[in-house]
Design a protein around this ligand. Structure first.
Ligand code: ABU
Length: 453
């Protein structure tokens, strides 16, 4: 990397960090003005050095800020310093994680992380996993493995039978996309109702599987959720695993959100039953503030990873066994090194340090819950122990207050919906937040809401 670009990087980094402190929330730019406000156009001629630096600096400083203490809009946030260091180094190394020849010790780092999390989850020896591009993709990989295990002809002949999958009405929207991508068809998803906490109704699940079987249909996959995106609910994992064993159906747990509770002795009970699943996914970019994306899929059926994703390519796989060429268990060909940033985080603070991050987020959530529960102007929609707080304040419409907070450059927070109620969704996924930032959230929120009359 050229000296001038190294220097420019440090300059931009310092500008950004300083500006983030002064202005944690940017007032959004009008889309219609983007071309006039920024030097976006690409042309035949090179920009001058000054034009290049000016354009880049402006872009960096005007991009919405997701790492400050005022960002509560998504299920990711914060900028863990050690994880960011790992990410920057993987960009410099520019490895592709398909072969040992190219990835070298980075492949061993990935295997170490997979082995340790398998152990935390209580999966047996011989279970396996890999990194993929995000929760949608890791859920997709689970579906493909379940599909191919149920009917190994699908890989060559396509889907020829009515294969049925089950998920809760509150599950992630990737389930629908994945059913169509996998050739299974969205109409062959059964959306099982949830109770008033957003948890799957297991009696309905069992009845539905049995009535589908009675009609000659072929149940093959249950997607349970540990941490729904809106309410942060957890399906009854142990009951669902019993049903999956009784009915001979693959059980996947979408633990993209709450998978990180595995690091905490105190909170891992939230995902109790994960050890009985066939596969689960988790995202370190959610609760652990590693840079996007950092998502893993694990399965007890190592051979299924190879059966579904292994294809020979002799221009690529040259030497070393399949175990050291993780391209053989990957959807992708070129694959970023998402392992190093998780490794730098884990190595620097240990499992116990990660547990403290997880526990801090639950403390912040409890602090916020105590506040709204003690104030009669708030109506709360979700339950205790959730890492989201879903609420409405007085009679202020959630959509309107969320937009106004951002337009006024105060806070970034979004809204969600459950059983036709719309409310503000405040997630706690940034362990570098402190309680004063949560207090400040409610102060700014109430001032803004009250000003709306
Ligand atoms: N699966 C991404 C979740 C994003 C969000 O709900 O904030």
């Amino acid at each position: 990397m050229k000296q001038e670009d190294r220097e420019l990087f440090i300059t931009l980094l310092d500008q950004l960090l300083e500006d983030e402190l002064e202005t944690p929330v940017l007032i959004p730019k009008a889309i219609d003005n983007l071309n006039s406000d920024f030097a976006l156009e690409l042309g035949e001629d090179a920009a001058t050095k000054e034009e290049f630096v000016q354009a880049l600096s402006q872009l960096i400083l005007e991009t919405p800020r997701t790492t400050t203490g005022s960002f509560f809009n998504q299920l990711f946030g914060g900028r863990n310093s050690k994880a960011t260091l790992g990410e920057l180094l993987s960009v410099l190394l520019n490895s592709s994680m398909y072969t040992y020849k190219i990835g070298g010790p980075m492949i061993a780092i990935e295997k170490e992380i997979v082995k340790r999390i398998i152990n935390l989850a209580g999966y047996p020896e011989g279970s396996y996993g890999t990194f993929a591009t995000g929760g949608s993709m890791t859920n997709y990989m689970a579906l493909i493995m379940a599909r191919d295990k149920f009917d190994s002809n699908v890989r060559n002949h396509g889907v020829t039978q009515k294969m049925i999958m089950y998920t809760s009405a509150e599950s992630h929207y990737s389930v629908k996309k994945n059913a169509s991508f996998a050739g299974l068809g969205r109409d062959n998803i059964r959306f099982i109702s949830t109770n008033d906490k957003g948890e799957m109704d297991t009696a309905e699940l069992k009845n539905q599987i049995q009535s589908d079987k009675a009609e000659g249909l072929l149940p093959f996959f249950i997607n349970a959720t540990a941490g729904t995106t809106v309410l942060g609910s957890v399906d009854p994992l142990e009951q669902i695993s019993e049903i999956s064993h009784q009915e001979g159906v693959w059980m996947h747990i979408d633990a993209a959100f709450y998978g990180s509770t595995l690091f905490s002795e105190k909170y891992k009970q939230l995902v109790k039953g994960i050890e009985n699943s066939d596969s689960f996914s988790m995202n370190a970019h959610k609760m652990l503030s590693t840079p996007l994306t950092c998502s893993l899929i694990f399965t007890k059926h190592k051979t299924c990873l190879y059966d579904s994703f292994g294809t020979d390519a002799d221009y690529l796989y040259q030497g070393e066994s399949d175990d050291w060429n993780p391209g053989k268990i990957s959807f992708q060909c070129g694959r970023r090194n998402d392992a190093l940033k998780f490794w730098t985080l884990w190595k620097s603070i240990g499992r116990q340090g990660i547990a403290r991050m997880v526990e801090k987020e639950f403390e912040l959530a409890e602090h916020a819950r105590n506040y709204v529960n003690s104030n009669s102007n708030y109506k709360v929609y979700n339950h205790r122990d959730s890492l989201t707080l879903c609420f409405n304040y007085k009679d202020v419409a959630a959509e309107e207050i969320c937009s106004k907070l951002t337009e006024d450059g105060l806070l970034m927070v979004g809204y969600g919906r459950f059983k036709n109620e719309v409310f503000v969704r405040l997630p706690f996924v940034n362990s570098s937040n402190d309680k004063s930032e949560i207090d400040n959230f409610f102060k700014l929120f109430e001032e803004c809401a009250d000003s709306m009359g």
